[in-house]
Design a protein around this ligand. Structure first.
Ligand code: ZN
Length: 414
């Protein structure tokens, strides 16, 4: 009877697509005779927003450097546009922004006239062109938990991470770490196997002070490095093995009030709808003046080049998604295009959103843990591949994506 019941449960698990592994945690004696729980490794995907690969070489990141020394790391090419939401969604779906539908931090869709997607939008309509790894995990019986990530609060047909918190920028990095450690203290059956963690402070400092060495930028970098070190130490103390995947969404380049393209010099602002401006330009003509707007923007401009959506160069991998605005302009790295110059823009700052192949836009990647060999720096790869790595480490059977395990294959332990 018991045996039959067990078989039924096993068959049920296999049918549900759960990985073939024990669902109970074995305990065994260690040398001191105490019961020690043998914990299954957890996969923790950490985003350090706006962390440039060269920040690792500034002598202020001992914890990240220690992880790099035991794993793999290097610069990673973001997807276009090199903005926060498009690339965070790429990291967890394995698809380019053109394919996953988060084509900008702000965007429109002809199916929802008058509506604008903003970073606080949680309506699944905007997000469900691709499935994030935590949803696939949950569907396969792998418990997930998100300590923030763009899109992590979105309901996918009733499925969400088992644990998630509404985004709150004011929640200190310290408390974000404490929450994760608390999750990992739980009994095995309600302990997450896949966790995401998001740090915004390095990006914020980069925007305010620029990416060059400065006391304030370096304080932000050092603080995040310290938190990651504290997280690792606390999980080590628990006996919790961790496969870390640490990534950024894009790099950062210096901007200046001396490098501004003034939109009002190109066309009066009441002649078109501004969807997004700054490090690139996304506009929609009004209903009756498409020809005039095209004539004004598609002609040559200094430090900026514009195209109809259909003619955006193939190398950017952008323009097949109907959410890409009908006129799109790439801005020369380090320049900004604006209607009004914000008050705070009085000196050197930082920005991103430019050509994703520009060295300054390169994102950062690091992975370390029991599943990863100490192979050191990897050749540059595209960020669509991170999804495959996270899925493999967490035991998730991945859905179709634009990436693969190829960049990491030789560095994975069997
Ligand atoms: Zn960002």
């Amino acid at each position: 009877m018991f045996k039959n019941l067990f078989s039924l449960i096993l068959v049920g698990l296999l049918l549900a697509g759960a990985p073939a592994q024990a669902t109970v945690t074995p305990e065994q004696d260690d040398s001191s005779g105490q019961k020690v729980e043998q914990r299954h490794p957890v996969t923790i995907l950490i985003s350090i927003d706006g962390f440039r690969p060269d920040y690792l070489d500034r002598g202020i990141t001992p914890n990240l450097n220690a992880l790099a020394a035991t794993g793999i790391y290097g610069p990673m090419r973001p997807s276009f546009p090199s903005k926060t939401f498009p690339n965070h969604w790429t990291l967890v779906t394995g698809k380019t922004p053109d394919h996953h539908g988060i084509v900008g931090n702000t965007m429109e869709d002809a199916a929802r006239p008058g509506e604008v997607f903003k970073m606080s939008t949680q309506d699944p309509f905007w997000w469900n062109q691709a499935e994030p790894v935590w949803i696939t995990a949950e569907k396969q019986g792998i418990r997930s938990a998100t300590m923030f990530w763009p899109g992590s609060e979105v309901d996918f047909n009733g499925v969400r991470p088992a644990d998630w918190w509404p985004f709150n920028q004011k929640l200190s990095n310290d408390r974000r770490i404490n929450a994760i450690v608390d999750w990992m203290r739980r009994p095995a059956d309600i302990r997450p196997r896949l966790v995401t963690l998001y740090f915004d402070t390095v990006d914020t400092a980069g925007h305010y002070y620029g990416p060059a060495p400065s006391e304030k930028l370096h304080a932000a970098i050092a603080e995040v490095d310290g938190e990651i070190g504290r997280l690792k130490q606390q999980l080590d103390d628990l006996g919790q093995p961790v496969n870390f995947v640490i990534a950024s969404d894009h790099g950062m380049t210096e901007t200046s009030p001396d490098r501004i393209i003034y939109l009002d010099r190109i066309m009066a602002r009441d002649q078109y709808r501004l969807v997004e401006s700054g490090n690139y330009l996304a506009i929609e003509p009004l209903e009756d003046n498409r020809d005039a707007v095209r004539a004004a923007f598609l002609r040559p401009h200094e430090h900026m080049q514009c195209w109809d959506r259909e003619n955006i160069p193939e190398a950017l991998g952008y323009g097949t998604n109907p959410r890409v605005p009908s006129i799109f302009c790439l801005v020369e790295t380090g320049w900004v295009v604006l209607q009004d110059v914000p008050e705070w823009m009085t000196g050197i700052g930082g920005g991103h959103g430019y050509d994703h192949r520009d060295p300054d836009m390169m994102a950062f990647f690091l992975s370390s843990g029991p599943a990863i060999r100490a192979d050191g720096q990897l050749p540059v790869f595209d960020n669509v591949n991170i999804y495959s790595l996270v899925a493999r480490l967490a035991g998730v059977n991945p859905v179709a994506s634009d990436g693969s395990l190829a960049p990491f294959e030789q560095s994975l332990r069997p």
